[in-house]
Design a protein around this ligand. Structure first.
Ligand code: 5CA
Ligand code: ZN
Length: 477
């Protein structure tokens, strides 16, 4: 049985203790909203983002790297964008003792640094599409409560992709491709999600519309773990992104952008953890298999030597294996690696050596397996795959328990209050009704669910007109 009392009831405490205990982050850095990645956390972060990089590369995105500083003159150009981000920008005002003529913004996101350069790169239709991404730090002076990995003032790992296209249709398809990329990414991590189109009042600053991925925290709140924005021609107009078409005329481009931060790492940690600590999906576990020799003083058996051989064998097979030969009691080592979420522990004692076998213990189920040395590699690969699937299914089940449907406001409010999670309710799609639905249920409107439709007879609970979409409501993080 998985123990998930504290994980559920004091998720916040569980999460911050885990970051510290599992050597993920040090949260004691003396600036609010800034934290330190520690070695094990850094490895985890890199493995998570290598999946995302791979998905971008294989779909024709190219990596770039833009400067951190953006001159105020460029930053201020898109009126909506500055209205949305203005209050969150850190400004560099001095160089040494010299006051700068033009203040420099620490990028809160990179539209305003990238697009003026895109304008220089785009001449004709042959220069399109542009599909680039970078993984950088961005700064946002967040005023809501900061939280390690979840709400940062320095987002250390911001994967932002930016595209430019000749036509509106192409930009529209790009949004669809981005949704697919994010689906694959979170499916790989076994992180459950729901996709919705944000309501107009919650659209990204400067976008035509925004699509968001939300997961649900163990304590029942919605957490936005990625967004995709169709920017239309809003930025193209102000930064002059024009191309010469086959018709010999000049046209404005259409753009999209989409981003995921280290919140994705937090999402993976929270989706799979339990009261004993982290429980990492094998794909991103810095150590996939830990080998712990169990020597017996009275008996002379080559336990250590065999453990070393097993480690070599697994490493050669491409498995991230670690041999823990520290001078500690095995029980202490078990605990140590359990907290860190290593998917599989191998124990090798004198009996195992004699019988040419190993004992393996799964982190997710606690199940003990005896595996013959000669079939070790193939069996372990299979077990790791079983762990991956089990974690994904378990997280999905827990998520589904948090998504409820209803048709009336009163029960929506009750559900949000008692069970939390996400509540699905029919909506006519009008802004004024949407705002009232949120108000009357004391929830936040995530938006209209993608790939879902209300029944033919469903009515908007405010105006009683026929519902055209399903609204998603939640308490948010
Ligand atoms: N330029 C666009 C797309 S790259 C953009 O900035 N979109 S965003 O503001 O929605 O950010 C993308 C994702 O980054 C969000 O969905 C959220 O998951 C994450 N994020 C945003 N702000 C923070 C923050 N302060 N700390 C951690 N993650 C954040
Ligand atoms: Zn309505």
């Amino acid at each position: 049985m998985v123990k998930r009392e504290r994980w559920r009831q004091d998720f916040s405490g569980w999460f911050s203790d885990m970051l510290q205990e599992a050597d993920i982050m040090d949260t004691r850095y003396p600036v609010k909203g800034l934290y330190v990645w520690r070695p094990y956390g850094m490895k985890l972060r890199n493995l998570v983002f290598s999946i995302l990089r791979q998905l971008h590369e294989s779909s024709g995105h190219h990596e770039v790297l833009f400067p951190l500083l953006i001159p105020e003159t460029l930053f201020q150009k898109e009126a909506e964008h500055i209205r949305g981000f203005g209050g969150q920008v850190y400004w560099v005002t001095h160089g040494g003792n010299q006051k700068l003529n033009i203040r420099l913004a620490l990028r809160p996101t990179s539209e305003t640094s990238m697009y003026p350069m895109f304008a220089l790169w785009i001449r004709t239709h042959a220069d399109l599409p542009i599909k680039v991404y970078q993984v950088v730090n961005v700064f946002r002076y967040e005023t809501k409560m900061t939280k390690p990995m979840i709400r940062l003032r320095e987002v250390t790992t911001f994967k932002e992709a930016h595209t430019a296209h000749a036509t509106k249709d192409e930009a529209e398809s790009q949004v669809k491709e981005a949704i697919k990329i994010y689906q694959k990414f979170y499916d790989e991590l076994g992180v459950p999600y729901i996709v919705s189109k944000r309501p107009p009042w919650d659209t990204f600053a400067g976008a035509v519309y925004s699509i968001a991925f939300d997961t649900i925290t163990p304590d029942g709140k919605a957490l936005q773990i990625g967004t995709i924005h169709n920017l239309g021609q809003n930025f193209a107009k102000v930064y002059g992104l024009r191309y010469e078409g086959v018709d010999g005329k000049h046209h404005l481009v259409y753009q999209t952008c989409y981003g995921i931060s280290e919140r994705a790492v937090a999402a993976a940690i929270m989706a799979h953890g339990d009261d004993d600590g982290l429980c990492l999906p094998p794909q991103v576990a810095p150590v996939q298999v830990v080998i712990i020799p169990i020597p017996f003083k009275e008996r002379e058996t080559p336990v250590e030597k065999v453990a070393g051989e097993v480690k070599e064998e697994l490493t050669a097979a491409g498995i991230r294996a670690h041999l823990d030969n520290r001078d500690l009691r095995p029980g202490n080592k078990f605990y140590y690696w359990e907290r860190r979420g290593v998917p599989l522990r191998i124990e090798i004692g004198p009996k195992d050596v004699e019988r040419e076998q190993i004992t393996a213990v799964r982190r997710d189920t606690g199940e003990k397996l005896t595996i013959a040395r000669k079939s070790l590699k193939t069996q372990l690969v299979q077990v790791l795959e079983q762990i991956t699937n089990h974690l994904r299914e378990r997280a999905k089940k827990s998520f589904q328990g948090f998504v409820n449907s209803t048709t009336d406001l009163k029960s929506a409010k009750e559900l949000l209050k008692k069970r939390g999670g996400i509540v699905r309710i029919p909506w006519c799609g009008q802004e004024s009704c949407g705002k009232q639905i949120a108000e009357k249920t004391e929830g936040e409107m995530l938006g209209e669910e993608i790939d879902s439709a209300p029944t033919q007879t469903a009515k908007c609970p405010i105006c009683s007109r026929q519902a055209t979409v399903n609204a998603l409501l939640a308490k948010t993080y």
